[in-house]
Design a protein around this ligand. Structure first.
Ligand SMILES: [Zn+2]
Ligand SMILES: [Zn+2]
Length: 254
């Protein structure tokens, strides 16, 4: 009797548009890109090529990390490789839930189980890099500038290393706490480099991320050319970070 009740596990997906082109399964938490590709949210996160340089945008100097509402991360589409951003489509999600109720629920359960097993958390960070400047009062005086890196969530940051032009007395500075900034007097502009190093267990989801001595992809190298026009300038980019907490095995004895 049990075998007669047996239902085929795989429900046919009639419409190819309901399949994710990456994992070839029913779309789960679908996102639609600007280039009109539809993918699972996780597939987009895992396969999109996120580079810092391509998405750095100059923004008004008074914009702060907490003011910026994420409209979607700029990344290279895994399907067509164009720069794009993806938005979650709740409309499509509802349609899939209605069309394939059992299969969708199964996908949801699987992904929750996978997230829990891996203990992976993904978070979006907004990063600003820039400088303010006070011009000299007379020709012989120096520019009074302050370089900064601002991060929407500083609790995940271990340190920010700032590298100035080698002609400065102390060209390398390490900031263990926000504000991650340095103020100096100088004659001219140059490229300031900064490495944002995440706390243990966190890594950047970006092709630009570099390994540190202790962890893979934990350091994000940034570059900023000082701007002495107006009051200064800043640029913004958004990046995802991954938190993989290793499950601590507890001994039975004791
Ligand atoms: Zn997928
Ligand atoms: Zn595309």
């Amino acid at each position: 009797m049990a075998s007669e009740d047996h239902k085929p596990l795989e429900v046919d997906i009639e419409d190819d548009d309901d399949l994710c082109p990456i994992c070839r399964q029913l779309l789960h938490r679908p996102v639609i890109t600007e280039c009109s590709h539809t993918l699972c949210e996780l597939c987009m996160t895992e396969w999109a090529d996120v580079s810092v340089t391509s998405q750095m945008t100059v923004v008004p100097l008074n914009e702060r990390p907490e003011d910026f509402v994420a409209a979607g991360i700029q990344a290279k589409c895994p399907m067509c490789r164009t720069m794009t951003s993806a938005k979650r489509s709740l409309e499509m999600e509802d349609r899939l839930k209605t069309k394939y109720p059992e299969m969708y629920e199964k996908r949801e359960e699987e992904s929750v189980a996978e997230e829990e097993a891996k203990e992976v958390r993904i978070e979006t960070l907004t990063v600003y890099i820039g400088n303010t400047v006070v011009p000299p009062e007379d020709e012989r005086a120096l520019f009074d500038w302050e370089f900064f890196v601002k991060i929407s969530d500083t609790s995940v940051v271990n340190e920010v290393e700032i590298l100035l032009h080698e002609t400065f007395k102390k060209p390398r500075l390490v900031k263990w706490k926000a504000p991650y900034s340095v103020r100096r007097l100088g004659w001219g502009t140059f490229i300031v480099r900064a490495n944002v190093i995440l706390k243990h267990g966190y890594s950047w989801i970006s092709s630009d991320a570099e390994d540190t001595k202790y962890a893979k992809r934990a350091s994000l190298p940034l570059e900023w050319e000082l701007c002495f026009d107006g009051g200064g300038s800043q640029a913004r980019c958004q990046l995802k970070i991954k938190n993989e907490r290793r499950l601590v095995r507890r001994g039975i004895g004791g």
